[in-house]
Design a binder for this molecule. Structure first.
Ligand code: SAM
Length: 237
């Protein structure tokens, strides 16, 4: 994990203390152990977990400031990516880990407790429901998601949760530009605007990753998000 610390510092200017490196080691151990019982990740080799899960999650820090007190929500967090690595690296932030599948939250609760992390909240919900909950609607500075939905649908999950002036970060592969073009109508409807698309090249990973940075410029109309399933069945076009 010292490699993770070196790479995070060199690539994203994220400095990890020995204690934080220890937390990443423990997280990797818990992930491997629980993955034997439930399907949490297809990436099982230690280097893959370090680079494709931990380092990839930390790439978000290059695109948005994560100052103490920043409220972050990770939509469809699965086994905690990118939300948990961000909380380990930036212990002053508040992170809501939202996930529709309850058993994944059992794993996340276990990891948060085992690592002694403060500032995590687990939310068992679909994004389409959480976007109408008073405690979550327009409550966040930053909403992030990796591998959850195509951008025209994803912005309907993310934008309702973010304050005007806040940011959504969509972690994408090489379809980032095309998805951003496709999401124009949805962004205009929901009050968002693509600010920029940042490139991420992880060591030893041939594919380029992209962070689509979206600014919330106006409030999202009260009719959005639509009912569960609608954003993916009928994306706004
Ligand atoms: N973000 C994690 C990662 O990159 O490793 C998990 C990605 S996994 C492919 C997608 C996750 O999003 C699943 O755990 C699924 O249950 C969750 N998900 C999909 N649609 C969702 C929704 N509408 N609301 C909440 N969670 C959702």
């Amino acid at each position: 994990m010292q490699t993770l610390a070196d790479q995070a510092a060199a690539l994203f200017k994220v400095q990890l203390t020995p204690e934080q490196i220890g937390q990443f080691e423990q997280y990797a151990r818990e992930l491997a152990a629980w993955n034997e019982k439930m399907n949490l990740t297809a990436i099982t080799d230690p280097e893959g977990i370090q680079v494709r899960h931990f380092l990839d999650s930390l790439s978000v820090a290059q695109s948005v400031p994560l100052l103490p007190g920043t409220r972050v929500i990770d939509v469809g967090t699965g086994a905690g990516f990118p939300g948990l690595p961000l909380l380990i690296a930036f212990p002053g932030i508040q992170v809501t880990l939202m996930e529709a599948t309850g058993k994944k939250l059992t794993f996340l609760e276990h990891v948060v407790k085992t690592l002694g992390l403060q500032g995590a909240q687990m939310l068992h919900a679909r994004a389409e429901e959480a976007g109408h909950m008073p405690a979550h609607r327009a409550a966040y500075d930053v909403a992030v998601a990796r591998a959850v939905a195509r951008l025209p649908s994803l912005v309907e999950y993310l934008l309702p949760l973010v304050k005007v002036g806040g940011r959504c970060i969509a972690m994408k592969g090489d379809t980032a530009q095309a998805e951003a073009a496709d999401a124009k109508r949805a962004l205009a409807t929901l009050g968002g605007r693509v600010q920029r698309i940042d490139k991420v090249q992880l060591p030893g990973v041939p594919e380029t990753h992209y962070l689509v940075v979206i600014e919330k410029v106006t409030p999202t109309p009260a009719t959005y998000p639509r009912q569960p399933g609608m954003p993916t069945r009928k994306p706004i076009r």
